[in-house]
Ligand binder design. Structure first.
Ligand code: GLN
Ligand code: ZN
Length: 758
């Protein structure tokens, strides 16, 4: 047996050119049959395995591939199908599976939510009673498939029972502990069948271990895994954690399993410290996540080799496995296709395939089957990128240094600013506005695409955008909205639009990652110092303002959101990257102000979702986020009104940070939570403007005025009417024109009526 082996935790499903997405969507559109769908997915699945084999990976995962989502896969393998999908037992068929994920005309889909702190979303299982059987040992089939079709002995991967239950909605009468226990016999059967098929290893993911773990949870883990270990004594269990170092190293490595997978990338060397301090129980395998599975940067393998060397001293011969820090689901497939990237960047990037190459190189060096020399190239590539002019912009450095450690603050406090602003704009009580975007019709999207492809002259395209602005300024005036917006017709996406105009960003061609279902996103790459180049939104906003006497609100995406939805560089601290973006946006804010745009909205819909998994890191993240937001907005005149917007989230948890943003007006969602969110503001003396999302834009229906009235009176019963704004709960770009105008009319009518009653 070699001293060290290489392994992978999970491989991207989507294929090099999103073949997976295309197959799924073709099936949903009824262009291909179920057999054609399953055949094409099988091709992708097998070719993924083959690729990993050819790369030289020793332990290749199966079961990570999915038709939609791995949490849903786990649920259906236990026959956990919500009643509304009329399931009659047995293996869940493909259409029922997709129905749970996507809904049908008669049954709403299961909810979907974020997978820990990633941008991947999983389908939330609804468990109404304890599971009674393993209806489909999916992973067993996949294990056998790889063996018969490719003659490869793979490593089955399943989501562990504790994390699975914690990720689900427990709608049973059982406590969480009891529900988890009810899964033990089914997992035991699953493992026994794998053992009988001669699988050597099974990877059981327990990602909940990346957060706070209580002692009773540790006891439960002990109990669960002791039983699973007894059930399949010949099968080796690798208990896999990821996204953070675990808090209870000693307890976790002593669980009754044969191997432990830990993240050695995050938490600044914490896992390494723990291993060195406490060692590893004899005979236990350590699967060390030493290549970052979350970012897209090539590692300096000489540095990583030092970690491997330190581990080799503590971990016995044959007991060390090298792998990525988490599933490679979160990175694109291959850099190979990125022909247009500048060479220095291309050689500094590493997607899934390249990460596997890095692992194999390290493994070979550790086993003395190749020379240390092969690690040199990576160190050189990383250095070249770090030394490049794009990462050494003196002006950006100077600007950052000037800001230093001081807390950015506006010259006058909020209540006084609001008074000055009111004096200047003379808005009615309960002013009405929208969140920024208006419907991106097919025509808008087509014109933009044509222009981007060079099929439409810039002058013609710009005229088209101006016509859309004209049309919507007129609509907003006719509706009698108080603060208008230009409509964001020129924007593809709220982050890409800015990334394309700022220095330091780069766009890949095939750098897609799965967000949910077949939906993939292509995050921009922040590779260099971020800097303002030229005005980004001034032309359209100022044009809109010239068409009306009413104030037009400028519209920017905030620094935290741009950061959270990109692949940021990691050679400098996160806070510096966010602040660079903030300073570039500040320039834009100033340019808008110069052009007479005196209400400026800086959207930060992702502040809440970017919260770290561990509470101990939350405060630092929130302070950093608040400072960045303030950095981008504080240099304006007191009369300039800064707005911000956040979509649905648990505001209660971060209310102090929302307050600290010191925005003059915040617009938030309230309609879907039936006013619950307002209580966050009511228990806290919030003395700035609040825009109420009085109706849900996520559905095409036009709200009845009574619904909006109810939302307004609920809020006015507890909050100062002078602080209130009335608006939809998010941007309207996904809506149709007709329903948008109708819904806004109802909203304005409701506002007018509410004013009369004040
Ligand atoms: N201004 C953006 C829009 O209206 C805000 C989008 C968002 O909150 N996600 O589309
Ligand atoms: Zn929103």
């Amino acid at each position: 047996m070699p001293k060290v082996r290489s392994s992978n935790i999970g491989y991207p499903r989507i294929g090099e050119k999103r073949e997976w997405k295309k197959s799924l969507e073709n099936y949903w559109a009824k262009n291909i049959s179920e057999t054609e769908l399953l055949d094409s997915l099988k091709d992708i699945r097998l070719s993924n395995i083959k690729k990993q084999k050819e790369a030289g990976i020793d332990l290749i995962p199966v079961g990570d591939f999915s038709l939609y989502d791995h949490v849903l896969d786990t649920a259906v393998s236990f026959g956990l199908v919500p009643d509304r999908f009329e399931y009659n037992g047995g293996e869940v068929d493909v259409d029922t599976y997709f129905a749970i994920a996507r809904g049908t005309d008669s049954a709403v889909a299961s909810e979907m939510t974020k997978w820990y702190n990633t941008n991947y979303h999983y389908i939330v299982p609804e468990i109404t009673s304890a599971p009674t059987s393993l209806v489909h040992n999916r992973v067993l089939d996949l294990y056998k498939e790889a063996k018969t079709e490719l003659d490869i002995d793979t490593k089955p991967v399943v989501l562990g029972p504790v994390s699975f239950v914690k990720l689900s909605k427990n709608q049973t009468d059982l406590s969480e502990q009891e529900l988890i226990r009810s899964f033990i016999p089914l997992y035991a059967q699953l493992l026994q069948e794998l053992e009988a098929a001669d699988a050597a290893w099974v990877q059981i993911d327990e990602p909940f271990l990346n957060g706070q773990v209580t002692s009773s949870e540790l006891d439960l883990l002990q109990e669960v895994y002791a039983q699973l270990d007894v059930a399949a004594p010949r099968l080796n269990i690798l208990l896999q954690t990821y996204f953070e170092a675990v808090d209870d190293y000693e307890a976790i490595v002593n669980l009754p399993v044969q191997g432990i997978g830990l993240d050695f990338v995050h938490d600044a060397g914490e896992s390494l410290k723990q291993v060195i301090k406490f060692g590893l129980p004899t005979g236990k395998i350590l699967a060390a996540g030493i290549i970052d599975g979350r970012n897209i940067w090539r590692a300096d393998l000489k540095e990583v080799k030092e970690i491997v060397d330190q581990l080799s001293v503590v971990v016995g011969e044959g007991q060390l496995i090298l792998q990525p820090s988490c599933s490679l689901l979160h990175v694109p497939v291959t850099v190979k296709l990125e022909e247009e990237l500048p060479e220095i960047l291309k050689s500094g990037i590493s997607f899934a395939d390249e990460k596997l190459e890095e692992l194999v190189a390290l493994t070979n060096v550790a086993n003395d089957t190749s020379d240390e020399q092969i690690l040199e190239a990576s160190a050189a590539a990383v250095k070249a990128l770090n030394d490049s002019s794009s990462r050494n912009n003196e002006e950006v450095r100077a600007l950052l240094a000037e800001v230093g450690e001081s807390v950015p603050t506006r010259s006058i406090d909020a209540p006084e600013r609001l008074r000055l602003q009111q004096e200047k704009y003379q808005l009615p009580l309960l002013p009405t506005t929208t969140i920024g975007s208006f419907p991106q019709t097919k025509e808008v999207r087509q014109q933009r695409l044509k222009w981007r492809k060079g099929e439409l002259e810039s002058a013609e395209y710009e005229q088209f955008i101006r016509d859309e602005i004209d049309k919507w300024i007129k609509i907003q005036e006719d509706l009698d909205i108080d603060v208008l917006v230009h409509g964001e017709f020129e924007r593809t996406d709220m982050v890409e639009f800015f990334g394309e105009k700022l220095a330091g960003f780069q766009f890949t061609k095939f750098g897609w990652v799965q967000s949910y279902g077949s939906r993939c996103v292509k995050p921009p790459v922040i590779y260099g110092d971020v800097a303002f180049v030229e005005p980004m939104t001034v032309k359209e906003t100022a044009y809109a303002q010239r068409q009306t006497k009413r104030p037009v609100k400028g519209m920017l995406t905030g620094p935290v959101t741009i950061f959270n939805w990109s692949f940021p560089r990691t050679d400098i601290p996160e806070g510096q990257v966010v602040n660079q973006i903030a300073l570039a946006l500040r320039k834009e804010v100033e340019e808008l102000e110069k052009e007479g745009i005196n209400l400026i909205q800086v959207d930060e819909p992702t502040i809440r979702e970017g919260l770290p998994l561990k509470e101990s890191k939350s405060q630092a993240y929130l302070t950093q986020s608040v400072d960045a937001f303030r950095l981008s907005t504080i240099t304006v005149q007191p009369e300039t009104q800064i707005h911000t917007h956040m979509c649905y989230s648990d505001f209660q948890a971060i209310i102090e940070s929302i307050d600290a943003l010191d925005a003059d007006v915040i617009s938030i969602e309230t309609s879907r939570s039936h006013g619950e969110l307002i209580s966050a503001f009511e228990d806290f003396t919030y003395n700035k403007g609040i825009g109420l999302g009085v109706y849900d834009i996520h559905s095409p229906r036009v709200p009845a005025q009574e619904e909006i009235d109810r939302n307004i009176s609920r809020a006015l019963s507890v909050l100062d009417p002078k602080l209130f704004w009335i608006n939809p709960d998010c941007g309207l770009k996904t809506r149709k024109e007709k329903e948008t105008v109708e819904a806004l009319q109802v909203m304005v009518d409701a506002a007018k009526q509410a004013r009369k009653q004040l």
